[in-house]
Design a protein around this ligand. Structure first.
Ligand SMILES: Cc1cc2nc3c(=O)[nH]c(=O)nc-3n(C[C@H](O)[C@H](O)[C@H](O)COP(=O)(O)O)c2cc1C
Length: 423
């Protein structure tokens, strides 16, 4: 299929090349439209957030107050810290002006006076590339005061994170920009009512924002016909793990996972069987290799299969993978990244890691299997932000879908009474 987010155009990161291929045309077009018509176009396109929560983008924009004598803000979320997720950096490197153009259109639609592009701190090389692109866009008059004589003024600022996964959570991100500790805020109030410095704010993912110029340029009808009807558009699928060609693939939504693995990512080394996949990053529910037939990179399809599209970071594990080791490592990540504000997450993520560590070291007990579920169930839904869910879901799904692995690794065997019942 044709590629829109990452087309094969040499030096597209340069503003002259970007303009020569129609760049900033959509922004010019948007400036001629009524702001509410721009939002309506995005709403009708069916675009849903690519940052993990899958929220309809146009609808989110309508939550912003229309009239306000206070500044309004947009945050473009490029914190990208989830294991298995590495797609936004492709946009930073190969098509940064698409993101900038999307940011400008979104700011225009919502009346945003300042947009912050929040970038993962470790992305030093990409931060320099974004800054260069912004510098060039300022020089061409696309950003700043009275842009292209339209009367619309807006600024864009790059904000560098400091290496915490939690700062990708939208309200922690705002605290981080304000110079505070990256603690998530209690919601409501939601950012559109009370965001950065108490002002109306919208947070969108880098890839989400980069879809906006396509919609404005070619219209919502064209866009809504790409890929899966209820989750349309191009999507950047990051494939990692046991595949011959790991990488980021731009595809229409709705491509079967097995096609992504075998056709695009070159199949599994040694033609081994697939034991498991995380379809959308390490926070999504793991799927068994033998349940992948017919499952597509689409929010609906993955929901029906018992997982979610997340950030479309597809992690593939072959038949020889030690899943206990995998899930113990993932649990350690969430334990390390929990901000510690909510007790269930602060304590629960540590307990999950300790129990999984017991299994990894051959010290797991039979009753630990249900204890894992019990702890995870008590973390899920009981925290201010979704980091708790992100820690619980992979563990819950791993125990439910690969219980036999845990049973095999339990040092203390199945109690006799249970064996009698099972017989
Ligand atoms: C712990 C945690 C980390 C997150 N990290 C990111 C991130 O790195 N990038 C991102 O876009 N969204 C991340 N999110 C989701 C954001 O809170 C928010 O839903 C998203 O940026 C909204 O953009 P979208 O509507 O365009 O998807 C994270 C959420 C949580 C709970």
């Amino acid at each position: 299929m044709e590629k829109y987010l990452l087309p094969d155009i040499r030096d597209l990161h340069r503003i002259d090349v970007y303009e020569a291929h129609g760049g900033y045309k959509a922004f010019r077009k948007a400036l001629q439209m009524k702001t509410e018509d721009v939002t309506e176009e995005v709403k009708k396109s069916g675009l849903k957030g690519r940052g993990g929560a899958c929220f309809p983008t146009g609808l989110k924009w309508t939550f912003m107050p229309k009239q306000s004598d206070k500044p309004k803000y947009l945050c473009v979320n490029g914190d990208e810290s989830e294991p298995g997720t590495f797609k936004d950096r492709q946009i930073f490197e190969f098509n940064p002006h698409l993101m900038i153009e999307g940011t400008l259109i979104a700011a225009y639609a919502m009346g945003g006076s300042i947009s912050y592009i929040y970038v993962r701190g470790e992305y030093g090389k990409w931060i320099k590339m974004i800054e260069k692109a912004l510098h060039d866009a300022y020089a061409k008059g696309y950003i700043g005061q009275n842009i292209l004589g339209s009367g619309f003024s807006t600024e864009i600022i790059v904000h560098r994170g400091a290496g915490a996964y939690i700062c990708g959570e939208e309200s922690a991100l705002m605290n981080s920009i304000e110079g505070d500790r990256g603690y998530p805020r209690v919601k409501p109030p939601f950012p559109a009512q009370n965001g950065l410095w108490g002002r109306a704010t919208t947070i969108n993912n880098v890839e989400t924002i980069s879809n906006v110029p396509l919609i404005i340029d070619r219209g919502w009808e064209w866009y809504s016909k790409i890929g899966a009807p209820k989750y349309p558009g191009p999507i950047l699928v990051g494939v990692s793990g046991h595949v011959n060609k790991p990488g980021v693939y731009e595809l229409p939504t709705g491509v079967p996972l097995l096609e992504i693995i075998h056709k695009y990512a070159g199949g599994v080394p040694g033609n081994k069987a697939i034991k498991a996949v995380f379809p959308g990053g390490s926070s999504t529910m793991v799927l068994r290799g033998d349940q992948l037939e017919g499952v597509c990179m689409d929010a609906e399809s993955l929901k029906a299969a018992g997982s979610s599209v997340g950030t479309a970071g597809l992690i593939v594990m072959d038949e020889d993978t030690d899943l206990i080791k995998v899930i113990a490592r993932i649990a350690k990540f969430y334990y390390h990244e929990s901000c510690g504000q909510c007790t269930p997450c602060r304590e629960g993520t540590g307990w999950l890691w300790k129990i999984l560590n017991r299994f990894e070291n051959g010290e797991g007990r039979w009753e630990d299997i249900d204890l894992l579920l019990d702890v995870a169930n008590n973390v899920e839904g009981n925290t201010i932000c979704a980091l708790g869910d992100a820690a619980a879901w992979p563990v819950q799904s791993m125990v439910r879908r690969f219980r036999d692995e845990f049973e095999r690794r339990a040092k203390i065997p199945r109690p006799k009474v249970l064996e009698a019942v099972a017989v």
